[in-house]
Ligand binder design. Structure first.
Ligand code: F6P
Length: 356
């Protein structure tokens, strides 16, 4: 008999339900007796003992369903140890775990949530992590679930902009999510045939961007598509100390990175520039087939670790093999795009400008 707690934490993504289903289906298939407790709204549910006992039926029919049947919330890691209004969050989570007599807690989360998972593991709970996020920025895994689905949506957005950009002969900028990294923008930018791709890992020079646009114009191309990551910044801003950069950003007259690039292009070239921000649509809807397969594989491995009582692990995919690594090895590290990587070199050979 195994008693498992499960929760989804942080920003949602398309394949959370598919991954929970993968864990549950595999456990129900292999064990005679298993009890699964789903905590509502992530760590909040664990803190306040807000959960529901789930049956096999709860995990049925959710492979294709976006969002999370458990709900989610952001509970910042840096505040986890703070006692707020006399409430000790870490103690409360441990108490709920112990009160329910859980054998293990399965956490579906991104970077911050996995840091908390590691903290709980260090505090003596049996924890297994599964790498969730559209950003693909979790260290130790080639892919996170949610990423490919977000790339699909972002690519469709670029495809749609392409036709209208061509009709009007305009410069279009599409701002894509990704927090501090450029994975979604890089992949969707290449998949959507963007002419310029701006990511945080390669700070841009506005002169180089304008040069690339002019070269297209000269070559008879009447329009241009620029994919900008929400975290992209200019070379000057990237060189600023963290504190100064934050202060500058807080006072910026632009709503976001794409609007800054658009204003600077218009200023230099006089071009008519339009900005499109698909925003949270990138996290919505049904998971793509790749993510359904990935989630099922990661979930099955999560169940294997539960059965083998191999705790304190994060399930990852490396070179198409699903393996487990210590939670502590990944926690607190971000996986950035490497500007020296082959994918950047190939994109440059195709003529894509990174504004560098
Ligand atoms: O981490 C996923 C993500 O969508 C990031 O790409 C983005 O920066 C952030 O979450 C947005 O957060 P929120 O949903 O809280 O606005």
């Amino acid at each position: 008999m195994k008693k498992i707690g499960i929760l989804t934490s942080g920003g949602d993504c398309q394949a959370l339900n598919a991954t929970m289903r993968g864990v549950a289906k595999s456990l129900f298939h292999q064990l005679d007796k298993v009890e699964i407790y789903g905590f509502l709204e992530g760590y909040k549910g664990l803190m306040h003992g807000n959960y529901k006992k789930m049956t096999e039926k709860d995990f049925s029919g959710i492979l294709t369903r976006g969002g999370t049947i458990l709900g989610t919330s952001r509970q910042p890691f840096k505040k986890m140890r703070d006692i707020e209004d006399g409430f000790d969050k870490v103690k409360a989570m441990k108490d709920t775990y112990k009160k329910l007599g859980l054998d293990c807690l399965v956490v579906l989360g991104g970077n911050g949530s996995l840091k908390t998972a590691n903290l709980l593991s260090e505090e003596g709970l049996n924890v297994i992590g599964l790498p969730k996020t559209i950003d693909n920025d979790i260290w130790g895994t080639d892919f996170t679930f949610g990423f490919q689905s977000a790339v699909d949506i972002a690519t469709t957005a670029i495809d749609c902009i392409h036709t209208t950009a061509e009709s009007h002969g305009r410069v279009f900028i599409i701002e894509l999510m990704g927090h501090k990294v450029g994975w979604v923008t890089l992949h969707a930018g290449i998949a959507g045939g963007a002419d310029v791709v701006l990511i945080p890992e390669i700070p841009y020079d506005i002169d180089k961007i304008c040069k690339a646009l002019k070269a297209r114009e000269k070559a008879g191309k009447g329009f241009s598509i620029i994919a900008v990551a929400e975290g992209a910044s200019s070379k000057e801003d990237a060189a600023l100390p963290k504190k100064e950069r934050k202060a500058k950003l807080a006072e910026s007259p632009y709503p976001s990175a794409a609007y800054e690039v658009a204003a600077k292009i218009t200023e230099q070239t006089g071009a008519e520039v339009r900005v499109t921000v698909p925003g949270h649509t990138q996290r919505g809807g049904s998971p793509c087939p790749y993510d359904r397969v990935l989630s099922s594989r990661l979930g099955a491995m999560g169940a294997k670790l539960v059965i083998e009582e191999d705790y304190g692990k994060l399930v990852v995919i490396r070179n198409d093999d699903v393996v487990a690594i210590p939670l502590a090895e990944s926690a607190g590290k971000l996986k950035y795009v490497d500007p020296e990587d082959d994918i950047i070199a190939s994109a440059k050979l195709l003529g894509i400008s990174f504004g560098d």
